[in-house]
Design a binder for this molecule. Structure first.
Ligand SMILES: Cc1cc2nc3c(=O)[nH]c(=O)nc-3n(C[C@H](O)[C@H](O)[C@H](O)COP(=O)(O)O)c2cc1C
Length: 386
């Protein structure tokens, strides 16, 4: 059992360390998914249905991982997906993850449900930064977010569209996950067993959704599910998306699409990229794994859209398989949150460092000197040799 970041050799080790460091409700809030968690498991196991085909004896002295995404040069084709409420997982919260992403030369995405203000992230440096927005019932707030992101010089905007209603996360019900975290009879034993985490909560109990608080007021002790439900607008359509895209005017990402038909609509509304995503298995259980959606979506849109595989990435080979099948990049949620929970910025750096080293090693073992050399011929469904 890993007891320090240095002894974590892969994302699974970081997950185990996060489980030790976090009170039970917080760990399961990160780790869990909807209903029976079939989609959650499938997001990762679907990668096992694909095998890699290396080309040997090519000069591998230099391997270049750099690429471009959303008009920005990035150092390697992996970035941080939006995740809410990072202060639940570590007292340094979103800035810790943002600094680690910036140091790794890739995008950090700030969630609408984040515990850090847009302007605070911008003050860290030039990013690149992306803001994840919802079209909320309070349309004035959505417009305000766009204006603040423009003023803060965020490079991209990402609209999440797979949350018409909140997913059914049963682990949160079992653990009694509430916001803000409180010392209740139920949570006491778990908090007492994690004194470092509880100390930071006591030092700074004023837990807020930093970008929303001025509109909705401070959260009372409501269940997370009830709060999220109250904010989402079930009536959102493609017309609203087109209006938002126009208002923003910059690189625009749609997060949560899974079909060829929706990818075509994304092209029509002028999206720059799509994050192929089922919200990490946290929304519709039974939804297909993003890696399995990729081929049909790429065939439908050609090179008119950048496609990002979001969900299930735990290994460098997962990234390699996605890129070979036609993705421009991959994004990660839990992989960096396990790092954040394990050790703040250093933990996220550990997660990114491990994944990056895997991608680089795997690319060399595959016989590719750059991301651009990855081709569909490098991957196939599991089956007999060629
Ligand atoms: C704890 C947690 C919070 C999340 N919060 C958000 C959010 O606020 N907005 C959003 O669009 N996606 C959110 N997601 C989904 C992630 O952006 C991403 O789609 C997902 O984590 C990808 O799957 P992976 O965790 O297997 O990498 C969250 C995911 C987790 C694990």
């Amino acid at each position: 059992m890993a007891v320090s970041l240095a002894r974590c050799h892969n994302i699974a080790d970081l997950r185990r360390l996060a489980k030790r460091r976090l009170p039970t409700p917080m760990f399961h809030y990160i780790d869990g998914g909807a209903d029976d968690e079939w989609t959650l498991r499938r997001n990762t196991t679907a990668f096992d249905d694909y095998q890699l085909w290396p080309n040997q004896l090519r000069d591998m002295s230099q391997v270049d991982l750099s690429t471009t995404l959303l008009g920005q040069p990035i150092a390697w084709p992996v970035f941080l997906a939006p995740t809410g409420m990072n202060r639940l997982f570590h007292h340094d919260a979103e800035p810790a993850a943002a600094r680690a992403a910036q140091a790794a030369g890739t995008f950090f995405t700030l969630s609408t449900m984040g515990t850090t203000r847009i302007e605070e992230i911008a003050a860290i440096g030039s990013g690149p930064w992306m803001f994840q927005i919802y079209i909320l019932k309070d349309r004035g707030l959505t417009t305000e977010f766009v204006e603040r992101c423009q003023a803060a010089k965020f490079q991209a905007l990402c609209l999440t569209v797979d949350t018409a209603v909140a997913g059914n996360r049963e682990r949160d019900r079992v653990t009694g996950m509430i916001l803000p975290p409180r010392f209740t009879l139920r949570s006491f034993a778990s908090f007492a067993a994690h004194p470092r985490w509880a100390f930071h909560l006591l030092m700074n109990p004023d837990f807020q959704l930093a970008n929303v608080v001025h509109r909705v007021g401070k959260l009372g002790t409501v269940s997370l599910i009830d709060y999220v439900n109250s904010q989402f607008d079930r009536s959102v359509t493609w017309d609203d998306v087109a209006r938002l895209r126009e208002l923003w005017g910059g690189p625009f990402v749609l997060k949560g699409l899974q079909t060829a038909a929706d990818a075509r609509r994304a092209v029509e509304v002028g999206a720059t990229a799509v994050m192929i995503s089922n919200h990490g298995g946290r929304q519709l259980d039974g939804a297909a794994a993003p890696i399995d959606c990729l081929g049909a979506m790429r065939d439908a849109v050609g090179d008119k859209l950048e496609l990002i595989v979001d969900g299930g990435i735990r290994r460098g080979t997962h990234v390699i398989k996605a890129l070979a099948l036609g993705a421009n990049a991959c994004s990660i949620g839990r992989a960096y949150l396990y790092g954040l929970a394990s050790g703040g910025q250093a933990g996220v750096e550990r997660a990114l460092g491990l994944l990056r080293a895997e991608v680089e090693r795997d690319l060399a073992l595959l016989g590719c000197r750059s991301i651009g050399e990855l081709r569909p011929e490098h991957v196939s469904r599991v089956g007999p040799g060629r």
